[in-house]
Design a protein around this ligand. Structure first.
Ligand code: NAD
Ligand code: MG
Length: 395
């Protein structure tokens, strides 16, 4: 019986994780749940899964949650604040920690889980993009298992021979990251500036949180994933290719020196990678329907349009620059996407804000966490200035 802690339990990945866990009461026990503000949703989850501890970032909501738990006769401990998320991530009875907080807010708890030697299921790609090798080093030092939840990286992980995180197994020529292309794949360039947050969040294949949905619409998501792939699998520059695959059935591919290409396929449903990582190296039921290849029919592949989706090119450049460049890119993107979702920035200006921030800041080497947090703070302040609003809080 493995204890599982979920950071970001009320989100899209958090809920899918609970769905898989509920199918295997003999294997997994939910011991800790954490979220940002929606106390009613967290209370509901506590009622269903009876964790030892629940953390809500926001203190007023945490007080209401505690009241609700008492009224329901539950003994779940309640804590609030960012520090408490670190406590949750290192909870002693948790063998596995699902890192599914969105954005840089997930960095410190994810690092803590890695240092504490947990099995870390990494959905929170922003944490890895920001901190780069620091997260891999923390996992190595703590004896943690870092398993990718992002469907593409989970697919690559499934197609690679067993290895160590950050070290490329021999014989791999390159990796192909597939991208659905998002809701605006065929939209003419001149219409992009006027798309709405609701249109951007209406992803054709995946139901996801709002931030990653916008990232998918700009192709920044694929850019962040390219950086994630380089780090996780130790891939040298120039060995990760992005290919548009509108059906989202092939989740990514690994090409070997002998010309073999291995792919992982399945219906687009995050419960597959979640189940894979929860039970790894075993395979368990995830609740995902069998892929009907005949009904699916043709699978298409095409080159991404970097002129229309500039965020992809910006992320590729940041991957090449290295050092704090990915942290700068990520912070500027978080500020710009929040402004777009709030109706204060148009869609095409997301790339413009990020580009201007990257032009203004010179990346430095990353010796430790302080450089990462400093780059995050500075990029956030600058991006907020370009958007015309005060800087949001950083990790
Ligand atoms: P979401 O917006 O649906 O959920 C985010 C969760 O994080 C919520 O539980 C929220 O309460 C919590 N949260 C947000 N800010 C927080 C903070 N400051 N402190 C504590 N908790 C906070 O997002 P999602 O779609 O589930 O995505 C989560 C992460 O997984 C993201 O990094 C995303 O890129 C990654 N991911 C998601 C998918 C997907 O299909 N949804 C696929 C691959 C990767
Ligand atoms: Mg993905």
């Amino acid at each position: 019986m493995k204890g599982v802690a979920i950071l970001g339990s009320t989100g899209s990945i958090g809920k899918s994780t609970l769905d898989v866990i509920a199918r295997h009461p003999d294997r997994f026990r939910v011991v800790a749940l954490g979220a940002a503000t929606r106390w009613e949703a967290l209370l509901e989850q506590c009622r269903a899964f009876r964790p030892e501890v629940a953390v809500l970032l926001e203190p007023l909501g945490a007080a209401r949650l505690a009241q609700g738990l008492r009224a329901a006769g539950l003994t779940t401990e309640v804590h609030s604040g960012a520090e408490a998320l670190v406590t949750l991530a290192t909870w002693p009875s948790a063998h596995t920690v699902m890192a599914a907080i969105v954005g840089s807010a997930g960095l410190l708890p994810t690092l803590a889980a890695a240092r504490a030697g947990k099995r870390v299921l990494l959905a929170n790609k922003e944490a890895l993009v920001m901190s780069g090798r620091l997260l891999l080093e923390a996992a190595a030092a703590g004896g943690a298992e870092l398993l990718p939840i992002d469907s593409e990286h989970n697919a690559i992980f499934q197609c690679l021979p067993a290895g160590r995180p950050g070290v490329l197994p021999g014989g791999v020529r390159r990796v192909w990251l597939t991208a659905s292309g998002g809701p605006f794949l065929r939209l003419p360039a001149e219409r992009l500036a006027s798309v709405t947050p609701a249109e951007a969040c209406a992803h054709p294949r995946w139901a996801m949180g709002r931030k990653i949905s916008v990232d998918s619409a700009t192709l920044m998501n694929k850019g962040l994933e390219l950086i994630e792939a380089h780090l996780l699998f130790g891939l040298p520059p120039g060995t990760v290719e992005v290919v548009i695959h509108p059906e989202s059935v092939v989740h990514s591919l690994v090409e070997y020196a002998d010309g073999s290409v291995l792919a992982q396929l399945g219906n687009p449903d995050m419960r597959t990678p979640i189940a894979y990582a929860l039970a790894w190296p075993e395979r368990i039921d995830s609740g995902v329907e069998s892929l009907d290849l005949v009904r699916q029919g043709a699978l298409r592949f095409e080159a991404p349009d970097r002129a229309r989706f500039r965020c992809l090119a910006l992320a590729e450049a940041a991957a090449l620059s290295g050092g704090t460049a990915p942290a700068i890119l990520n912070a500027a993107n978080e500020v710009a996407v929040a402004a777009f979702l709030g109706g204060r920035l148009n869609f095409t200006s997301i790339a413009t804000v990020i580009e201007r921030v990257l032009e203004r800041l010179t990346p430095t080497d990353v010796a430790g966490l302080e450089e990462v947090l400093e780059a995050d703070r500075t990029a956030r302040r600058l991006a907020a200035g370009f958007v015309g609003e005060p800087a949001g809080a950083c990790a």
